[in-house]
Each structure stands twice: as C-alpha cells, then as structure tokens.
Ligand binder design. Structure first.
Ligand SMILES: NC(=O)c1ccc[n+]([C@@H]2O[C@H](COP(=O)([O-])OP(=O)(O)OC[C@H]3O[C@@H](n4cnc5c(N)ncnc54)[C@H](OP(=O)(O)O)[C@@H]3O)[C@@H](O)[C@H]2O)c1
Length: 317
C-alpha cells in the first residue's frame, strides 16, 4: 500500500510516521446510482414560449391544448430545467468553492447559510441560479427538510464547526448536524449525498492514535470521532454517498496532482480547498464515485489521472 510521503516543509499537523493499520475486508455489493427527477413534475406547468419570467398555465388550459402539447412542453422543460444542488456550509472556505464550481458547471445551487448578510458578501456572482436559504444543521431534520425542499436532487455537506464558547459545538455540527442532513434527505427521498470529512477520522483503527493531528483534533471536541460517527450513519442510510476525506486544507490554488486512496490510508499531506471542491463536484455524476469513501491529497510527483480512473480504482466496501 502506498504511504504518504512526509514533506519536512509542511507545517501541517497531519504528520507522523506510518504505523501498521487495520484493514477491513468485508465488501458490500455494488449498488446503482439513482438520480432524482421529481422536480421535473412541477415544471410541467411552466410556459416556455414567453420571453417574460415563467408563468403558470391553469390546469384547464393545458387540458384544452391536448396531450401532444403537454408532452412537447414537458420535454422542453426537462431540457431547460437546471439540476439543483443543496450545499450546506456554503459560506465556508471549501463550501464557497463548491458553490462557485457548481454554478460554473451549469447547476443551480441552493446555498444553506446561517447568516444571509454574510452569504451576500461571500458570493460575488448573484443570479437566478444561486438561491440562498437560512439553515442551521444543528436545529433538527424537519427544518432541513424545509430548507432542502422538493427541488434539490443532491446534498453536498461542507460544514465545519466554528470554534467558540460551546464545548459541544464540534459534536453538534460534525455529528448531529450531518446526521440531521442525512435524515432530511431520507424524508425527502434525496438520493445523493456528498460529505467533506477528513483523513484520520478512523485514526485509532489505523494505529494513528498518537498522531498529533488525531490527538489534537479529538482533544479539541472529539472532532474526528464525531465525523467518523456521521460517516457511519451515511453508510447505513441507503443513500448513494461519496465521503471525501481530504488531508490538511490549504487556501492556495491546487498544486501537484490529485492522489486518491481508499479509506484509512493517508495520515499526512495537504490539499487545496479548490481541489477538494472539484472532487466533490466531479463525484456528483460519476457512477464510479457511488457508495465510496475516498481519501485525497495532492502530490507534485503524482501522475495526472482522470476522475473516472481515480474513483474507479477505489473499491466499494
Ligand atoms: N482544516 C483542515 O485542515 C481540514 C482537514 C481535513 C478536513 N477538514 C474539514 O473540511 C471541511 C471544510 O473545512 P473549511 O475549513 O473549508 O470550512 P470552514 O471555512 O471552517 O467553513 C465551515 C462552514 O460550516 C458552517 N457551519 C458551522 N456551523 C454550522 C451550523 N451549525 N449549521 C450550518 N452551517 C454551519 C459555517 O457557516 P458560517 O459561515 O455561518 O460560520 C461555514 O460555512 C470541514 O468539515 C473540516 O472539518 C478540514
């Protein structure tokens, strides 16, 4: 198994010599990727011919136009309807990059934010494709059901607790908050969930208990344990997940090439937040990314590989 190379110039707390790690050997069977298209049902009633903002036809007038008319109109609307992705932690550093990359790829985004004023200042480009909803992931799944609504086809979670006075904040955000999001998806039938987690979440099983990063992050509110528990909840939920575990995050633009490894493999290294965001956005539509946990880092000496190849090389467990 490949091991991360130690770079002495890294100031990262993710650095510790390797120890033997425990590898799980149980493999679950492959499941299939299902996309959700329930939002197309409502778009049936939108007018496509008017240059003005979409208007609702009355049901009566559609009936009078006849079945062929409805079929043609529905088809046009399917082509026009952008797919909407719900992003939790959208005003965070990785979350913002995820939102920008989704918009650049032609998705609509429902950005879940805690503070609308901060959100307006965070995003430079405002347009109809970017919708903002106020949502705190710690306030239970029913509020999140409202926020996600029936028009989001996938959820990307890039939340991270904000250091403060509440000693339970890490547990509430990283574990309960993510569990709430998964439960909201279950209630709504949202079938795709992408989580930004972290390397070393299972550090104890990797023999990395004494890794300073593992110690530090756990003493600081059991962050890694909380994230790991949330991961396990997603894995049992039945929802098609991709859990992305990045190494230490950097704000600098991506350098080097992306390295993707199976769970419980990496214990150090760094990666740019923009590259983490790219991995999350690419994962959305790649069948190779379904039901997988991947660990990512960037390395100058790594070969450039396609996302199909990278995700394809990781086994489902
Ligand atoms: N730092 C590292 O080296 C490292 C390494 C591996 C993995 N990670 C993980 O990567 C993820 C992204 O990190 P980042 O540094 O880019 O994030 P960040 O800038 O710290 O942003 C965190 C986001 O979470 C939101 N948030 C916090 N509490 C919330 C709540 N109760 N309800 C809803 N949203 C809430 C924040 O909202 P506000 O903007 O309103 O505060 C913010 O948008 C985190 O999960 C982090 O743990 C970090």
């Amino acid at each position: 198994m490949k091991q991360a190379k130690h770079n002495p110039s890294d100031s990262s707390i993710f650095s510790q010599p390797p120890s033997p790690m425990i590898r799980r050997t149980c493999y679950l069977s492959a499941r299939h990727l299902h996309h959700h298209h329930h939002h197309h049902h409502c778009s049936l009633l939108f007018s496509t011919t008017s240059p003005e903002p979409p208007k609702f036809h009355s049901l009566k007038s559609i009936k009078m136009e006849g079945a062929n008319e409805i079929t043609r109109e529905a088809k046009e609307n399917v082509n026009q309807t952008k797919r909407k992705i719900f992003v939790a932690g959208a005003t965070g550093k990785t979350g913002k990059s995820i939102v920008e990359q989704l918009l650049a790829k032609g998705f609509e985004v429902k950005a879940a934010v805690r503070d609308l004023a901060k959100a307006r200042a965070t995003f430079s480009k405002h347009g109809p494709s970017l919708q903002m909803v106020v949502a705190d992931v710690t306030e239970g799944s029913d509020k999140l059901v409202q926020a996600i609504g029936d028009d989001s086809e996938a959820v990307i979670c890039a939340t991270g607790f904000r250091p403060g006075l509440n000693p339970f904040a890490p547990w509430k955000v990283e574990n309960l908050g993510t569990v709430n999001l998964v439960e909201a998806c279950r209630k709504l039938g949202v079938q795709r969930f992408i989580l930004i987690s972290s390397i070393l979440v299972n550090g104890a099983a990797m023999g990395q208990m004494l890794n300073p990063a593992y110690l530090y992050l756990n003493i600081f509110g059991l962050i890694l344990v909380a994230k790991h528990k949330a991961e396990n909840h997603i894995r049992k939920s039945g929802i098609n997940y991709t859990i992305i575990r990045p190494a230490a995050l950097k704000n600098e633009p991506p350098s080097g090439n992306l390295v993707m490894e199976p769970e419980d493999t990496l214990y150090d290294g760094t990666i740019s937040r923009d590259l983490v965001a790219e991995v999350a956005v690419e994962a959305l539509d790649l069948p190779e990314a379904s039901y997988k946990v991947v660990e990512i880092v960037s390395r100058a000496d790594a070969p450039k590989r396609t996302y199909e190849d990278l995700f394809g090389s990781i086994k489902q467990k």
